[in-house]
Design a binder for this molecule. Sequence first.
Ligand code: MG
Length: 243
Amino acid sequence: MRKINLLFAIFLTSAQCFAQIPAIGGYNEPLPKVVTPGNVSESKGMQAPSDAISLFGGTDLSQWTGNNGDPEWIIHDGMVMVKSGSGDITTKKEFEDFQLHIEFMHPADITGEGQMRGNSGVYLQGLYEIQVLETYNNNNKTYVNGQTGAIYTQHAPLVNPLRKPGEWNTYDIIFMAPTFNADGSYKTNPRVTILLNDVLIQNNAIIYGETVKNTVAEKLRGPIRLQDHGCTVNYRNIWIREL
Ligand code: MG
């Protein structure tokens, strides 16, 4: 009987392996959807590809809400600047799995230090903060899991490719939403891969829960939220592709 069970187990394992192997040889369909990439230039950054949802293209914040209605952040020269004290801004639309592109720049004449030097943040699903802080060349001393590229308080970035104040930085963030057990706990944690200035800084990192609190919020979809931490930070070219 034991031998039969063993043979059955081998058969099942083999069947699962075979099931995962794609057919050998070429195939002709379905054709991948054609996407036109966005223009890239030093002066304007990386614009949205044809299948992206533009969240901020340089002229208006119609996709966003503020704490008390319309956002008060300041639009100028194709970018939007945090208005200190006005509160975070949040997208009206909510997202599950996505690719998010966002560019940010600290002012060349930035002041402050530690967590008060150019602090802002990109909250994925409104819950998980990817830190924005002026930490060029590791000159601004702070805790490493609180510097730019950190999943705030959870993971420090793998490396620090941040550009200096007055220059634009790009975040490309690929986020996989969590799934949940019946009791509301994570069945699969949220995961995130991040490139900062085209350099990998988070590699399919496990997110443990809402940043800082590390608690689980049972939400399959959520908005993008940008943080007002009382510091001046500019953003441009914010676009998202739902996966
Ligand atoms: Mg922050």
